[in-house]
Design a protein around this ligand. Structure first.
Ligand code: SF4
Length: 491
C-alpha cells in the first residue's frame, strides 16, 4: 500500500519512504505537531461550514474500517462527504471533502492551513485524483481551500472571508501524467528494495518538510560538516560523492557567504576570532538605563480575537530586565496574559509604563520586536506614538555577532541567541526548564487560556512560561556583561 503521505516522502527522498515502511522505530516525533494539528483542525472546521450536511466517513477503527465505511456512505448517494478513504489495491488516499455535483461526478476539495496554494498541494491532489479515479470516483473540479491572510476578525468568524477557495483543476491536470509515472516509480522502488537504499545526503532532508529520520541518517555526519557551510548544491554534491563530509579540507573558495567564511576560519585556527574594537563600537550604541526585552507570541491560523488576522504574531507575554548602570543591580518586570481575552490592551499599558522614557531597549533580532510594535501601534492608535518611540530606542544585541566581531566555531556561522548563549555563558541553560523553546511557549499559551484548564495546571504552566521568558532576557544581560568584560580585559 502506498499512501499519499508516503508518496510525498518518496518524492522528497526514496530512503525516507523506505525507512518509514521498514524502520518506523527510528522515526522522530515531529516538533510543533500539536500546534500544526490544532491549526489544521481549526481551518478544517471553518472550511466545512459550506457543507453542514457532509457525512464524516472517519471511524474509530483502522483504515480498512474507514474504507468500508466510505464505500457504504458513498453508495447511499450523499451530497458531500468528509474524510473519505479509498484503496485501489495499491494506492490509499484520504480526502478532506468530496462534493457530489451529479450522479457520477464529484468535486474534490483539499483543506490546507497555509495562506496560499503550494506546489506540494498540487502533487498531493494529483495523487488523490489517480487513486479516486481507479476506485471509480470521477472528479470534475479540484479546489484548495486555504486561509485568507487578509481577513481581519470582527466579531464572530466569517468563514466566507476566512477561507479562500482556489480552483486548481488545471494545475492538477497538468501534472497528472508525470505524477502517474512517479507513482509507478515509487511502487517499483518499494518492490525492488529489500535492503536500506544508499542515498547521498544533499539538501533533501529539510525540503519541503523536515524528514523524520534526521538523527538516524546524520549520525555519522561530523560535528562540523560541509552541511554547515551553506554551499551551492553542486559543490555540496561533489564533496559528498567524494565522501568528504568534514570541513577540514574543503577549498575555501567554494564558501560564498561571509558568515560561513568566518566560521571556517575560526574552525581552522582553533580559537575564536574577536574584533574587540568592533564590539566596543557596537556597544557604544547602548545608553543606560538598559532594558532587555523579549516577547512571546502566538500566531493561530484562525484569529482568537477581534482586530487580528490569520497567523498574526499576537504578543501575549514579555520579560523585561532593567539595569540602571553597568554595575547596578538587576530589576525584573514581566507580563503574561492568562485568560481568554485579547492580551494587547493590558500588555501595552504595562509595557509602556515599564519601559519608562529613556534608555536603550536591548533585544535580540530587532526585526521581530520592532514589527510587533509597529503592528500593535496600527491596531491601537492611542499607543502608536509611544510604540514608535520604543522602536527608536531598540538596539539589537545580536549585531556584533551578525557583523562577525565575535566568531566562534560552535556558532557555525549563526548569530542566533540559541547558538551564542551556550558558548559565551555555558552555565545558563534552558535544559532544566519545562519549556525550552519559543514554539513550546506559544503552544503553552493556548493551553493556559483554555477556560477548561484546572487551577493547578494553570499555575504550574504559568510558572514554567514565566521562567522561560525570564531566561531569554537574562541571557541577553549575561551576554552583554560578557561583551563588556572582553573590552575591559583588552590589553
Ligand atoms: S534524513 Fe535525509 S537522507 Fe535520511 S531519509 Fe530523510 S531525507 Fe533521506
Amino acid at each position: 500500500m502506498l499512501t499519499k503521505t508516503q508518496f510525498l516522502y518518496y518524492l522528497q527522498c526514496p530512503k525516507y519512504l523506505w525507512l518509514y515502511k521498514n524502520r518506523k522505530d527510528l522515526l522522530e516525533a515531529e516538533e510543533d505537531i500539536g500546534y500544526k494539528q490544532a491549526q489544521g483542525e481549526n481551518v478544517e472546521y471553518w472550511a466545512y461550514q459550506d457543507y453542514p450536511d457532509a457525512i464524516d466517513c472517519k471511524t474509530e477503527g483502522d483504515i480498512f474500517t474507514d474504507i468500508n465505511n466510505t464505500k457504504n456512505i458513498i453508495s447511499s448517494s450523499p451530497q458531500a462527504v468528509i474524510q473519505s478513504s479509498f484503496f485501489d489495491g495499491e494506492l490509499f488516499c484520504r480526502n478532506d471533502l468530496l462534493v457530489r455535483i451529479s450522479e457520477d461526478e464529484w468535486n474534490l476539495i483539499e483543506v490546507k492551513a497555509t495562506t496560499k496554494v503550494e506546489d506540494i498541494h498540487i502533487i498531493d491532489l494529483a495523487f488523490q485524483k489517480q487513486c479516486l479515479s481507479s476506485c471509480g470516483i470521477n472528479i470534475n473540479k479540484i479546489y484548495v481551500y486555504h486561509v485568507n491572510n487578509k481577513y481581519v476578525r470582527k466579531g464572530e468568524i466569517n468563514p466566507e472571508e476566512l477561507i479562500s477557495k482556489e480552483d486548481v483543476t488545471d494545475r492538477v491536470n497538468f501534472i497528472e501524467m508525470s505524477t502517474r509515472q512517479k507513482i509507478k516509480d515509487a511502487l517499483e522502488f518499494m518492490k525492488a528494495y529489500n535492503d536500506e537504499p544508499a542515498v547521498d545526503i544533499v539538501k533533501q532532508c529539510f525540503n519541503p518538510y523536515d524528514c523524520g529520520f534526521i538523527n538516524y541518517c546524520w549520525k555519522n555526519v561530523p560535528e562540523h560538516s560541509v552541511y554547515d557551510l551553506s554551499l551551492k548544491e553542486s559543490d555540496l554534491r561533489n564533496l559528498v560523492k567524494q565522501g568528504n563530509l568534514g570541513i577540514e579540507d574543503i577549498p575555501f573558495n567554494i564558501i560564498t557567504r561571509e558568515n560561513k567564511k568566518a566560521y571556517y576560519q575560526a574552525y581552522k585556527i582553533g580559537k575564536p576570532i574577536i574584533d574587540t574594537y568592533g564590539i566596543e563600537e557596537e556597544l557604544s550604541n547602548i545608553s543606560y538605563p538598559a532594558y532587555f526585552l523579549d516577547y512571546e507570541s502566538y500566531s493561530p491560523a484562525v484569529p482568537l480575537f477581534d482586530k487580528f488576522h490569520p497567523y498574526q504574531q499576537m504578543v501575549f507575554q514579555y520579560s523585561l530586565h532593567r539595569k540602571e548602570s553597568p554595575d547596578a543591580p538587576l530589576e525584573h518586570f514581566e507580563f503574561l496574559s492568562d485568560n481568554w481575552i485579547n492580551p494587547l490592551p493590558s500588555l501595552l499599558e504595562r509595557l509602556i509604563s515599564d519601559l519608562r522614557e529613556n534608555g536603550t531597549i536591548i533585544v535580540w533580532n530587532e526585526s521581530f520586536e520592532k514589527s510587533r510594535n509597529k503592528e500593535m501601534g496600527e491596531m491601537y492608535p492611542k499607543q502608536r506614538e509611544a510604540l514608535k518611540l520604543i522602536n527608536g530606542r531598540i538596539y539589537d544585541l545580536g549585531t556584533a555577532f551578525k557583523k562577525n566581531y565575535y566568531v566562534h566555531k560552535d556558532f557555525k556561522g549563526s548569530w542566533s541567541i540559541k547558538a551564542v548563549l551556550p558558548v559565551l555563558i555555558p552555565e545558563l541553560s534552558y535544559k532544566e526548564l519545562n519549556i525550552q523553546g519559543g514554539s513550546q511557549a506559544s503552544e503553552s499559551y493556548r493551553e493556559l487560556i483554555d477556560p477548561s484548564i484546572s487551577p493547578e495546571k494553570k499555575e504550574s504552566l504559568k510558572c514554567d512560561m514565566l521562567k522561560y521568558c525570564e531566561l531569554d532576557t537574562l541571557a541577553m544581560v549575561r551576554i552583554l556583561e560578557a561583551m563588556e568584560e572582553i573590552i575591559r580585559k583588552r590589553p
